[in-house]
Ligand binder design. Structure first.
Ligand code: PEP
Ligand code: MG
Length: 575
């Protein structure tokens, strides 16, 4: 039976493929009520999972390994726990009594067992708690699907069917792995439209829908799934008629995208001759070919934190230098704006484990983190400065709110320069330093920033998050994430105007810059520099080629005086 679920569209296009369920086991378990007629089959599902795990454990024991005796000991222990009636049969009783799903029953049962372990004095026995949890994780994976090894999927499925990742949640670090794998799209239960996970999807140019709430439980491995990343819909198990319809839509979407390719070599200029710079956002050096393919005018945002993810050690100066140098060189003299580490919130480092913060988006993030870790910051700045000799590198500082933060960042840059000078290592002495305007305080007190910095870049993703007080990665408040809120429009327009008056160039590098529905609005505010995913550059260029900047400035001037959301929306549509 086809099943249609609506969520948040985060990356355009149509993908059709087979589901590949990705688990983070314990975290993912939801509570479902089972109809009385399904209770027996739910219990069988749990028993089948137990049989599967028993088989896996036996295979592990039989596989030749150097650590044969250790493996054998833990396998015996895990098999014993699996066969203990406390676990699987008590969970089965729970399914019958409470008519709940097997995953939920299992986790309830596990929690009551591990609570008892906590009260045991014997440290050896207390530590067996971890083994109980591991056995339950194995069972959950058998029930839910498979662990998060997307790579293992490659080449396994039929060649006509692409792979669609289905997960409860994906971190930006998970998603960046997709750059190595043939993934055609993904769908998740949670997430917001400007979460970094969504941003990576757009950078990959693959369709994605987030905030689908229960898709991870509804979809089964190898189900056929259609993702409509433009409308925010996922269809599980579509019938042949629906499949045909979506194959057609996919072809016409691809056709439109291909048509845009003829604009590649055109200058981005408005009808009245205003030249607009269209630059690219990247996460890793390997994104550069995509940037060059669309003839971008430079790199407006290199999110360097992605170099620091999915690893147990920090990249050292040489490794960072090589990454920055390769991008600078490949761009052949076009600007390459490298943002210093914006770690924190949803972009956590693997190193050191997660920090416990009540409000990570308001915590030690970005420049705050770098100033608190001066050695780490210095390493990055030295690498950046050294790379500046191989192209037109600019330094961009994220998440500034205070003048003293700019001063401290500039002092750190000066310190790195002095070290290099002392070591007789050359760098571009005229390197420009800019700041992100993404905290409302910065937009409202821009004077202190324009005095100290060479350029500004508006991060609309965070500017919206912090102005409207909504977590950009939480689907529960996604309906409140509104780029057209009058407060947001005023902050952006004011920043562009103040920058122009002070002679400090301003660009927008948040997601608004790559959304063609906002191109004319931003042009009318006087924006002349946009930075976005390479896959969005041509559609934004098409809008620019159709626009008259003088006419838009007049219309947007009037629009900015409106307060009523409906009137604003109407006016934007009419631009
Ligand atoms: C932004 O906040 O708009 C931005 C470009 O930075 P990031 O999305 O990496 O936080
Ligand atoms: Mg930001």
């Amino acid at each position: 039976m086809p099943f249609v679920i609506h969520g948040l569209p985060v990356s355009q296009g149509i993908a059709i493929g087979r589901a590949h369920l990705v688990s983070h086991a314990l975290l993912e378990v939801g509570h479902l009520l089972i109809a009385p007629r399904h209770v027996d089959s739910e219990i069988s599902r749990l028993e089948d999972a137990a049989a599967k795990v028993r088989f896996e454990l036996r295979a592990l024991k039989e596989a030749p390994t150097a650590a044969q005796s250790e493996v054998s000991a833990f396998v015996d222990l895990h098999t014993m726990l699996l066969d203990d009636p406390m676990l699987v049969s008590n969970a089965s009783s729970l399914i019958r009594e409470r008519r709940c799903n097997a995953e939920w029953a299992l986790v309830q049962q596990m929690e009551s067992i591990v609570d008892d372990f906590d009260n045991i004095d014997d440290p050896y026995l207390r530590e067996r708690k971890a083994d109980v949890i591991q056995v339950v994780e194995r069972l959950l994976k058998a029930l839910l699907g498979h662990p998060s090894h997307v790579a293992s999927r490659r080449g396994k499925t039929d060649p006509d069917m692409d792979t669609i990742v289905v997960a409860h949640d994906l971190s930006p670090a998970d998603t960046i792995h997709f750059k190595d794998n043939q993934i055609s799209g993904f769908v998740t239960d949670v997430g917001g439209a400007t979460s970094h996970t969504a941003i990576v999807a757009r950078s990959l140019g693959i369709p994605a829908v987030v905030g689908l709430r229960h898709i991870r439980h509804i979809a089964r491995d190898d189900d056929i799934i259609i993702i409509d990343g433009t409308r925010g819909v996922a269809i599980i198990d579509p019938d042949e008629r629906v499949l045909e319809e979506y194959r057609l839509r996919r072809s016409s979407f691809d056709l439109e995208r291909n048509k845009l390719k003829r604009l590649k070599a055109n200058r981005a200029a408005t009808l009245d001759g205003l030249e607009i710079s269209l630059q690219a956002n990247i996460e890793l050096p390997r994104d550069v070919p995509g940037v060059k393919d669309v003839y971008a005018d430079g790199i407006g945002l290199f999110r360097t934190e992605f170099l620091f993810m999915n690893r147990d050690t920090l990249p050292n100066e040489e490794e960072q230098y090589e990454a920055y140098r390769s991008v600078a060189k490949a761009m052949g003299g076009k600007p390459v704006t490298i943002r210093t580490l914006d770690i924190g919130a949803d972009k956590a480092l693997t190193i050191g484990g997660p920090r416990k913060e009540a409000n990570p988006a308001l915590g030690l993030r970005a420049i705050r983190y770098c100033l608190a870790e001066p050695q780490m910051f210095l390493t990055q700045l030295r690498a950046l400065l050294r790379a500046s000799l191989h192209g037109k590198v600019k330094i961009l500082i994220p998440m500034l709110a205070h003048a003293h933060e700019v001063d401290a960042a500039l002092a750190a840059i000066e310190n790195a320069k002095n070290q290099l000078r002392a070591e007789k290592i050359k760098f571009d002495e005229t390197i420009q330093v800019g700041g992100m305007v993404e905290i409302p305080a910065a937009a409202l007190a821009l004077g202190v920033f324009v005095k100290r910095l060479d350029f500004l870049s508006i991060g609309t993703n965070d500017l919206i998050q912090y102005t409207l007080a909504i977590d950009r990665s939480d689907e529960a408040v996604a309906h409140l994430y509104d780029p057209l809120h009058p407060a947001i429009l005023r902050l952006i327009a004011q920043t562009i105007q103040t920058g122009a008056k002070a002679g400090v160039p301003v660009s927008v590098c948040g997601e608004m810059a790559g959304d063609k529905t906002f191109t004319r609005l931003l042009l009318g505010m006087g924006l002349q520099q946009f930075s976005m995913h390479p896959t969005q550059i041509l559609s934004v260029k098409q809008e620019i080629l159709r626009s008259d900047s003088t006419d838009l400035a007049l219309k947007v001037g009037k629009l900015l005086r409106l307060d009523e959301p409906e009137k604003i929306r109407e006016a934007v549509e009419k631009l």
